[in-house]
Design a protein around this ligand. Structure first.
Ligand SMILES: [Fe+2]
Ligand SMILES: [Fe+2]
Length: 191
């Protein structure tokens, strides 16, 4: 399927299914991701596709999400955990319904919440764009924004640290991929 047809289809989905705030966030992530891709010499079309799809399950009921997890045979840890499941479900839907087979795009969506060890450039771009798009507002966002266009690895570390603190602070389940993502990047740049 070509880029224009794909963007038209997902934009239609977004208009029909996402609430105003989620729709605005999604378009803002796409804008930021394309900008980051241009800055770091990554594929802007892939960045845009990944961004437009990344939160497609965000406004779905927990019941419906659980049904998809079961129906598609995804691991049980994604049941009753929309925060962890929404990226995995989006990647699965992209494959099954939208016939997207580009592994880098699928991984960028699948790991946009947790990160993982060995993230590709596109994965880092989507992870960061999600964290720093202009509508985002949390205590360390300026630090991450400042780093995003100068040192993509340090920017990811900054965002991952915040994610870890935030999730541990709430006492929620922290996916091991997030710790691995941070440790991997720290090792890479000798932090
Ligand atoms: Fe998300
Ligand atoms: Fe998002």
């Amino acid at each position: 399927m070509d880029f224009t047809e794909l963007t038209n289809r997902i934009k239609y989905y977004i208009e029909v299914n996402l609430k105003d705030s989620r729709r605005e966030h999604t378009y803002a992530v796409a804008w930021e991701a394309v900008k980051l891709a241009a800055h770091y010499g990554a594929d802007g079309d892939k960045a845009k596709i990944a961004a437009l799809f990344h939160d497609m399950f965000r406004n779905m009921s927990l019941n419906a999400m659980n049904m998809y997890v079961n129906h598609w045979g995804l691991p049980k840890k994604y049941l009753d955990n929309p925060n962890l499941a929404h990226g995995k479900l989006a990647a699965e839907m992209m494959k099954r319904t939208y016939e997207i087979s580009d592994e880098d795009i699928l991984n960028a969506v699948s790991y946009h919440t947790t990160g993982r060890a060995g993230m590709s450039k596109l994965e880092k771009i989507i992870f960061l764009a999600d964290a720093i798009e202009p509508g985002r507002n949390y205590p360390t966002v300026e630090e991450t924004r400042a780093l995003a266009y100068t040192d993509i690895d340090r920017a990811c570390i900054s965002s991952l640290e915040r994610t870890i603190e935030y999730i541990q602070g709430k006492g929620d389940y922290l996916d091991p991929d997030t710790i691995k993502a941070r440790d991997d990047l720290k090792e890479k740049i000798n932090l």
